[in-house]
Design a protein around this ligand. Structure first.
Ligand code: FE2
Length: 315
C-alpha cells in the first residue's frame, strides 16, 4: 500500500501565477520516492510519485525519437520536444482537421508503444483515487473516443520533453484533469519537479511517474547538469487537450480536412489565374510528403509544454 503523505498548501493559486514564466531555482527533493500527497484541509490527493513499470521499452523508444523539431525559436527558451497522440484542428498551420500527430504517421510502432503505457497510468490513477478517474472522464465528456489514448481514454495526446528545464507554468491548453509524467534518465543531475503551491519538490528519478493536474497546479523543473556527455532526462507527459472537443468522428474529420484543402487549392488557383503573384511557394515543386510534413508540422508548434506555459491563447 502506497504511503499517503499530508501536505499543506503554502501559496495561493494567485500567488503561484506570479511565478509563471520564471525559472525554478536549484532545489533538493523534499520527499522520498513513492508516495501519494494529500491536501491537509480537503484530504484529496494533489499529486503522486510512483514507480514506472516496464521502463525498458519506453527508454529504448525515447532514445530513437528525433526531438529536434520541437525547438521553440520564438521564445528565449530552447528545448527539444515531440508530440504524439492526437492534435486538434489548426488552420493557421494548414492542419484543417483533427489528426494523428506526425510521430504517429511516421512511426506507428512507437506511437502504439507510447499509447500502450496509458493503461498502466490510468490503473495507477484508479489506485490513487477512483474519484479522479470518474471526475476526469466526466470532464472529457464531449471528446469522441476516436481521439483518445488507452483503454480508460483519459488522455488525447502527449509530449516528450528531452532534458528540458521548463519554467513555471500551467498547462494552459489542457482540460483540468490529471496528467501522467513518466521519466527515464541517466547521467543528469537536477531536473526535479517543483509544485510551489505545496512546496513539493519531487526528484523525477529514473523509471518513475508523477501524476498531477498540470492545468490546475503551477509547476516547473529545476536546473539540470549533465554529468555524462551522453546524459539524458526524458519526461513524457500524457494529457487531455481541450481543443479535441471540437473534433468530429475520425472518418468525417478526414473528409472535412480534404474538402478544406481542396477549397484552399481552388482559391489559390483562382488567385493565380487572376495574376496574384504573392502566393507563397508559387512555382516551387512540393512533393506529397513535404506537403504532409508542412501540414502536420504544427503538431510541434504551440503544443509543447514550454509554450503552453504562456497560457491558452494560441489555440
Ligand atoms: Fe506542464
Amino acid at each position: 500500500m502506497t504511503e499517503r503523505i499530508t501536505v499543506r498548501r503554502v501559496m495561493s493559486p494567485e500567488d503561484a501565477s506570479a511565478l509563471v514564466g520564471t525559472r525554478a531555482p536549484n532545489l533538493d527533493p523534499t520527499h522520498p520516492f513513492s508516495a501519494i500527497f494529500v491536501n491537509s484541509e480537503t484530504s484529496e490527493p494533489i499529486a503522486a510519485y510512483l514507480p514506472l513499470a516496464d521502463a525498458a521499452p519506453l527508454r529504448r523508444a525515447l532514445m530513437t525519437i528525433d526531438t529536434t523539431g520541437g525547438v521553440q525559436r520564438q521564445s528565449n527558451y530552447r528545448s527539444k520536444s515531440r508530440t504524439f497522440g492526437y492534435a486538434p484542428r489548426r488552420p493557421v498551420t494548414r492542419r484543417e482537421s483533427c489528426a494523428l500527430t506526425l510521430l504517429g504517421v511516421e512511426d506507428p510502432a512507437t506511437e502504439r508503444l507510447l499509447e500502450s503505457y496509458a493503461d498502466q497510468f490510468s490503473a495507477a490513477l484508479l489506485d490513487i483515487d477512483p474519484a479522479i478517474v470518474d471526475r476526469d472522464t466526466e470532464r472529457l465528456g464531449d471528446v469522441l473516443p476516436d481521439w483518445r489514448i488507452g483503454e480508460a481514454k483519459l488522455w488525447t495526446s502527449g509530449v516528450i520533453n528531452d532534458t528540458a528545464a521548463l519554467p513555471y507554468h500551467r498547462d494552459g491548453f489542457n482540460f483540468p484533469t490529471w496528467s501522467a509524467m513518466p521519466v527515464v534518465r541517466r547521467g543528469v543531475r537536477g531536473g526535479h519537479l517543483h509544485l510551489p503551491e505545496y512546496d513539493l519538490v519531487l526528484a523525477c528519478a529514473d523509471s518513475t511517474v508523477i501524476y498531477f493536474p498540470g492545468k490546475l497546479l503551477v509547476h516547473g523543473v529545476t536546473p539540470m547538469t549533465r554529468v555524462r556527455s551522453d546524459g539524458y532526462r526524458f519526461s513524457v507527459v500524457y494529457y487531455a487537450l481541450q481543443g479535441m472537443r471540437n473534433c468530429r468522428e475520425a472518418a468525417e474529420e478526414a473528409a472535412y480536412g480534404r474538402a478544406r484543402r481542396t477549397q484552399r487549392e481552388a482559391d489559390m488557383a483562382a488567385r493565380l489565374a487572376a495574376g496574384d503573384r504573392k502566393i507563397p511557394g508559387q512555382g516551387g515543386k512540393t512533393s506529397a510528403v513535404a506537403r504532409l510534413r508542412t501540414q502536420l508540422k504544427g503538431d510541434n508548434e504551440g503544443w509543447t509544454a514550454e509554450s503552453r506555459y504562456t497560457g491558452g491563447t494560441k489555440q
